[in-house]
Design a protein around this ligand. Structure first.
Ligand code: HEC
Ligand code: HEC
Length: 473
């Protein structure tokens, strides 16, 4: 019934937008696309004519522009054959604007990635931070039992409910992911060269199980915590995205119905909203250069921090929350198009993450120290934390990176833990033993662990240099 109500209304809308594109003077004089006409192109970036800061500033603009329908915000007519994907979703106001559940849930990236510290009251806002519970993304629920018809005491639902993490330090994370993938692919080749032998899949000290090549095929039954293609995917709490570019392409479509040309093709109106070329390749490139050169989290001192750090290790937290992983290289490369199996293909730009705003410390091996407190591996966290999406990964999550954790409440994938103590106590599954060891500490010892976690801080003023530089209105 909803479908039949929606379609004629949206039909009118699309027609109006198409008229505008064709240059209808009446509408064009009133509304303008917020991205304007001076749009950054891939050629400009590849030519070397722009400085890193100019590209970052252009990326900040994409990140913070409240897109409107002339930019391509929203979806076209509902597609009864695929009503949950971007392009085919119904909307709340029957005019293609907001849905809120299953995307079309904001106008800018910034509005969900905007809190740099929740440790103070009032919270401190800034560019690239986390989101509070109101910013949770609610991915593809088909039913939410808000009145508890099921009688199980909670509002059961079948989608995903996800709290926004911050983007600080993501360049170092992306570089680690690419290098770990390269290592795992080399180990896979080694397995193929040695049929019948189990090859240990260890990269940067993280153990992803084993692989074996036998009878002309790979046996991946021993692979752990990474997809069987052995591509490390650090981004998204499920570990589903290789790079920020891969993530951002989906984010643009899911949250805003803004379709990058690299997803739908040039001059193609993939979501039938009357707008083509909603985001250019150069705009996506600027966005990822901005994302990956954001400042990294920092550390602070204080009473109990040193003792807490020792205890954090002693009770097994560092099995997953590795204090630091070391890269081989200092330079993050950017590719278009990306080949997740080989990051050296199609490189069009690069940035030294020890020199840029990212500011990673150099390691003696010529690489960088990425103090992320994670292993870029997925772990089964037990039935209590499991999602109800119906995926085989329901109870698996990529280890939360604890850098900055002092400032980023609420915690865990959906924000259910309002304090650090709660977050730890809700660990189960593979983390049950560490959780129990924590639970067995006396109150003073627990406070030491918490004091240590509270020394892991977000950057103080991320990307503020760009606001002045770009003179964004
Ligand atoms: C409605 C809120 C919301 C909006 C708007 C939003 N995000 Fe997010 N963002 C999230 C959530 C929730 C996650 C976690 C998603 C997951 O785990 O799958 C996330 C995760 C990310 C990540 C991965 C971070 C990591 O460490 O895993 C990146 C990168 C990102 N967002 C970039 C963007 C960009 C770029 C935009 C604008 C195109 C954007 N986000 C808009 C909520 C939002
Ligand atoms: C088996 C691996 C594993 C071990 C061991 C482990 N964790 Fe975690 N930790 C995770 C995963 C995975 C998450 C993310 C869970 C989620 O998103 O719901 C997480 C999340 C957290 C969070 C919340 C961070 C955030 O931003 O939401 C904190 C705090 C934390 N862990 C602290 C600890 C402490 C302290 C210990 C030791 C007692 C510990 N963890 C042991 C895997 C582990």
């Amino acid at each position: 019934m909803r479908t039949s109500l929606l379609r004629p209304v949206q039909g009118v809308l699309v027609a109006a937008t198409v008229t505008t594109l064709a240059g209808s003077p009446a509408r064009a004089q009133v509304d303008e696309p917020r991205l304007g006409t001076d749009r950054i192109t891939q050629d400009q970036i590849e030519s070397g004519a722009l400085s890193l800061d100019e590209i970052r500033a252009a990326g900040l603009k994409i990140f913070s522009t409240p897109f409107n329908k002339l930019d391509g915000y929203g979806d076209g007519p509902t597609n009864p054959n695929d009503p949950t994907s971007p392009g085919g979703r119904p909307t709340l106001q029957n005019n293609g604007t907001l849905l809120r559940v299953n995307g079309l849930d904001g106008q800018t990236c910034l509005e969900c990635h905007s809190i740099i510290s929740n440790a103070s009251v009032p919270a401190k806002f800034g560019i690239g931070g986390v989101g509070g519970a109101t910013s949770n993304a609610i991915f593809q629920p088909l039913s939410i039992d808000v009145s508890d018809v099921g009688g199980n005491g909670f509002a059961a639902f079948d989608g995903r409910f996800i709290n926004p993490p911050f983007l600080f330090g993501s360049g170092g994370v992306e570089l680690l992911g690419k290098e770990m993938t390269a290592d795992l692919q080399a180990l896979k080749a080694e397995a193929q060269a040695n049929p019948g032998t189990d090859i240990a899949l260890v990269t940067k000290g993280v153990d992803f199980g084993t692989i074996r090549y036998q009878n002309g095929a790979f046996d991946t039954s021993g692979v752990e915590g990474v997809d069987h293609d052995l591509i490390v995917r650090p981004f998204g709490r499920k570990g589903e995205f290789t790079t920020t570019r891969a993530f951002d392409i989906e984010a643009m479509q899911f949250h805003f119905g803004m379709q990058p040309t690299e997803a739908v093709g040039e001059n193609v109106d993939g979501d039938s909203d009357g707008v083509i070329n909603e985001l250019l390749t150069g705009e996506l490139s600027a966005l990822v250069v901005f994302n990956t050169n954001l400042e990294r989290p920092r550390r602070s001192g204080g009473p109990g921090v040193g003792a807490g750090r020792i205890r954090f290790r002693a009770i097994g937290c560092t099995d997953c929350h590795r204090p630091a992983l070391i890269t081989d290289e200092r330079v993050l490369t950017y590719s278009f198009p990306e080949n997740p199996l080989d990051a050296t293909e199609n490189v069009f730009y690069q940035s030294d993450l020890s020199q840029s705003a990212a500011g990673f410390r150099k390691a003696p091996n010529g690489g960088l120290i990425v103090p992320l407190f994670a292993d870029l591996k997925r772990h089964d966290m037990g039935p209590d934390l499991a999602e109800t999406f119906g995926s085989e990964l329901d109870s698996e999550f990529t280890t939360a990176r604890l850098w900055g954790v002092a400032d980023t409440a609420p915690y865990l994938h959906d924000g259910r833990a309002l304090t650090l103590n709660d977050a730890i106590m809700m660990h189960g599954g593979e983390a049950q033993a560490a959780r129990d060891a924590y639970a067995a500490l006396n109150d003073n010892q627990k406070k030491q662990v918490i004091a240590f976690l509270k020394s892991l801080r977000t950057p103080t003023a991320p990307a503020t240099d760009l606001v002045a530089e770009a003179q964004l209105p």
